[in-house]
Design a protein around this ligand. Structure first.
Ligand code: BGC
Length: 482
């Protein structure tokens, strides 16, 4: 790749970029609505459909199965339909599946709808980070990528609040449950309409040899002709240089190397235990007799609040620093939660449990969410959307997104069972151990991707640089940007 000099005015960006990226990030909102749905609706679902603990656990976990299938196919959708139309497809599925669920169909159909919602979430979790990283100018690519996670947390928050309110107002479960689904359907419609209005990713247009259309999109998102020329030349140089066929991609040594980074990044995002908190925090709190509004809403609220600083910090401090701090904080929080359960021991009557472990558990859960919210939450999706070369981006992200959903399913499907068999504390120490491994992984393998274009990263990868040094750019352009 030729080293092009990045134009000097690249630090400013247009408001329309934020509008475009926020609209695309609505896919994250639906992700969050469906992820967060379970926490405060499970008892209602169990009542209406007469489900036991296992039934509830499998209804929760089927979302992840759909997610894996959606992620698997979204690489094809992204390549052949384009990024925008894949988002429209996800929006459409979100509307249909949640609307059908609102009619309280037979249980098998309800499960099928949850699987379909998972499928749509899988597609969205693939397409949104990809679209954002390909469409946002490089100086704010990290911030815009973080919008995805922010939307996820807003979705979790909204659905938790509305579900708590619905249950309060409509005490009859047969009335409450349809409303819960209709809330999701309404937001899904918003996302669907928003996706229809989005421009296509300029990088996909270039891949499809629609240079004129790509220039038109870049005219919307960039400030000057020189920036547009720079971007087009960079994209053209990597498109011309790299291979295309699936076997060519999968056998490429550099691709395999960077794939391992992406796979571990997404596996660790789940193995640090986030979905234990997202799905089961109210259940865990109820084990120690905390059933009130604080137990139900503290996690979602903290989640949104602490994701917001990431939008700014990810560009200021870079991705790796946030990931290190996050893993350290989560480690400490998991250890404290484990200790709280050790203090509780075998006491099962919440009334006999003293206040100290309860307080430790509440505080460490909040600290844990703080640790995840600004770091691994946005960071894993962001890094995976940045590290792959343009022609293997869909394949790389298909695999890494599937890994995320597979591990999410493993955690969701087994966490409560591990607690039951090995003691409530065990799962927390297990996740703390994974936080340590995540730190070692960061230290030795993960590149800092702040302040470098996607094409420069690709150039570094192809020139055989060490993985952790891929974000270092010898040319003058990154110096201009950082
Ligand atoms: C994770 C999900 C998690 C969500 C919570 C996402 O980044 O991939 O598994 O439920 O964050 O906000």
């Amino acid at each position: 790749m030729t080293e092009w000099k990045m134009p000097l005015n690249c630090h400013s960006y247009k408001a329309i970029v934020i509008l475009i990226c926020t609209t695309a990030a609505l896919g994250g909102l639906l992700f969050g609505l469906d992820q967060g749905f379970i926490a405060n609706s499970l008892p209602t679902i169990q009542k209406v459909y007469n489900l036991g603990i296992e039934g509830g656990e499998s209804y929760s976990a089927i979302l992840a199965t759909g997610g894996v299938i959606g992620a698997l196919l979204s690489g094809f959708f992204a390549r052949f339909l384009g990024r925008k139309r894949s988002l429209v497809l996800a929006g459409f599925l979100f509307v249909i599946m949640s609307a059908v669920s609102a009619f309280l169909p037979p249980i098998s159909i309800l499960y099928a709808c949850r699987l379909g919602l998972g499928f749509a979430v899988g597609v969205a979790s693939f397409i949104v980070p990809l679209y954002l990283s390909e469409t946002a100018p490089s100086s704010i690519r990290g911030s815009m990528g973080t919008l995805f996670q922010l939307m996820i947390t807003i979705g979790i928050f909204l659905i938790s609040v509305t579900n708590v309110m619905i249950v309060k107002v409509f005490t009859f479960s047969q009335e409450a449950l349809p409303l819960m689904f209709l809330v999701i359907a309404a937001f899904a419609l918003l996302m669907f309409i928003g996706a229809l209005l989005l421009p296509e990713s300029p990088r996909w247009l270039m891949l499809k040899k629609r240079r004129d259309k790509a220039v038109k999109v870049l005219q919307k998102t960039l400030n000057s002709q020189s920036e547009i020329d720079f971007e087009i030349k960079e994209i053209e140089s990597v498109i011309g240089a790299s291979r295309n066929s699936l076997s060519g991609i999968l056998l490429n040594r550099n691709f395999i190397k960077i794939l391992i980074v992406g796979v571990l990044m997404q596996a660790f995002q789940q193995l640090v235990g986030i979905n234990l908190m997202v799905y089961y925090a109210p259940t865990i709190f109820s084990y120690v007799g905390m059933n009130g509004i604080v137990a139900k809403l503290s996690i979602p609220t903290v989640f949104v609040l602490f994701t917001i600083p990431a939008i700014w910090l990810v560009e200021k401090w870079g991705r790796k620093k946030l990931l290190y701090i996050g893993a350290g904080v989560m480690f400490a929080a998991m250890v404290f939660s484990g200790v709280a359960f050790l203090m509780i021991g075998n006491i099962t009557n919440p009334k006999l449990i003293s206040e100290t472990p309860k307080l430790i558990l509440l505080i460490s859960s909040i600290v844990y969410i703080f640790g995840f919210a600004f770091s691994w939450g946005p960071g894993a999706w962001l890094v995976c959307s940045e590290i792959f070369p343009i022609k293997s981006r869909e394949v790389g992200m298909t695999i890494t997104t599937m890994v995320n959903w597979t591990f999410a399913g493993i955690v969701m499907g087994n966490a409560l069972t591990i607690m039951k068999h090995f003691g409530n504390y065990s799962v927390f120490f297990l996740f703390a151990g994974f936080c340590v491994l995540a730190i070692l992984f960061l230290r030795f393998f993960v590149p800092e991707t702040k302040g470098i274009t996607l094409e420069e990263l690709e150039f570094n990868l192809n020139s055989g640089k060490k993985l952790k040094d891929l974000g270092k750019w010898k040319g003058s352009s990154s110096a201009v940007r950082s």
